[in-house]
Design a binder for this molecule. Structure first.
Ligand code: AMP
Length: 292
């Protein structure tokens, strides 16, 4: 996912052709500050006649952005003819410039004041009911930042995955081989303190981590859980999802003993904290596996 880029004419959301059919991408670009959406395209004559203008105008209207869509045109070979009709649509949905089917150029003014005017007139983005519906975007965050786990600084070397709102890291005192944690980047105590976007991002990240962990640890089962609130056995007051690789031999075959162990493993000296080097080595293995 490439966030919108600054240009001399405004903030530009980058998409192409077939992306036009997936409104989520444009919504994400608008949420990231796009004032203009671009769709350089090569529609066929069939799909162009039926859908091109309708889709461009729809993306412009629902996102209150200019839509700039360059388009290949003409016959490329015996099997392929492109529709052309490159066009610019304004944030109210009007086609303000359009090329013919010939090789052509068209021009228009981009008026960012008009973008603001339309958004003020119909503030649809502040009327979205994110409590009822939402767009999930699973952004991968590549910045090598440290985060805090409650008040403990978590070294980026022990973090193996970052999404828009969450980070996954290895455990200081794992209960079992393959016991990792996923937390929201924002330090909040309880699951119910998270926004809807943070909640979906946290659990989508937890599932991705689970898939990776089961593969690396060569197991078929996991425990995925949250101890939410101090009476539940939680010790660190920052939301975290535990993901543990599970084997039939865990706790001498008494697999349910996990819950007792989870509640008190970090409260006493039963398990020794691992060294930063051990943790970094485990995180490196997972980081590489997350990329596959
Ligand atoms: P809970 O009992 O649910 O609060 O779990 C807290 C978890 O965080 C335990 O599994 C601890 O081993 C782990 N933990 C505590 N401090 C750190 C830390 N600095 N880095 C990584 N894991 C930690």
């Amino acid at each position: 996912m490439v966030p919108p880029v600054e240009t001399p004419v405004g903030k530009l959301g980058l998409s192409i052709c077939y992306d036009l059919r997936f409104p989520e991408l444009s919504i994400w670009n608008r949420k990231k500050g796009a004032q203009i959406l671009s769709f350089p395209s090569a529609f066929t004559v069939n799909t162009g006649l039926a859908h091109w203008e309708t889709l461009l105008r729809t993306r412009a209207i629902e996102n209150q952005c200019y839509v700039v869509a360059a388009a290949q045109t003409g016959k490329h070979n015996e099997k392929r003819v492109s529709y052309g009709h490159a066009m610019v649509v304004d944030p109210w949905g009007a086609v303000v410039a359009q090329c013919s089917e010939r090789v052509d150029m068209c021009f228009c003014e981009i008026d960012l004041g008009y973008v603001e005017e339309v958004r003020t007139l119909q503030p649809v983005y502040s009327h979205r009911r994110s409590d009822l519906y939402n767009v999930n975007v699973n952004e991968v965050d590549k910045e090598e930042l440290d985060f805090n786990f409650a008040t403990f600084p978590i070294d980026s070397k022990t973090i193996f995955y970052r999404s828009a709102h969450s980070f996954a890291f290895v455990n200081l005192k794992p209960v079992l081989d393959g016991h990792v944690l996923i937390s929201p980047k924002r330090v909040v105590e309880k699951l119910t303190d998270l926004t809807d976007e943070e909640t979906s991002d946290l659990f989508i990240t937890a599932k991705k981590v689970q898939v990776m962990l089961e593969k690396v640890q060569n197991v078929h089962s996991s425990t995925v859980c949250v101890q939410d609130g101090e009476d539940s056995g939680r010790t660190v007051p920052h939301v975290h999802v535990h993901v543990l690789a599970r084997r039939p031999s865990d706790f001498g075959g008494n697999t349910d003993d996990l819950y007792k162990n989870l509640a008190d493993h970090d409260k006493n000296d039963k398990i020794k904290p691992r060294t930063p080097e051990e943790m970094a080595a485990e995180a490196k293995k997972y980081r590489e596996a997350m990329r596959l």
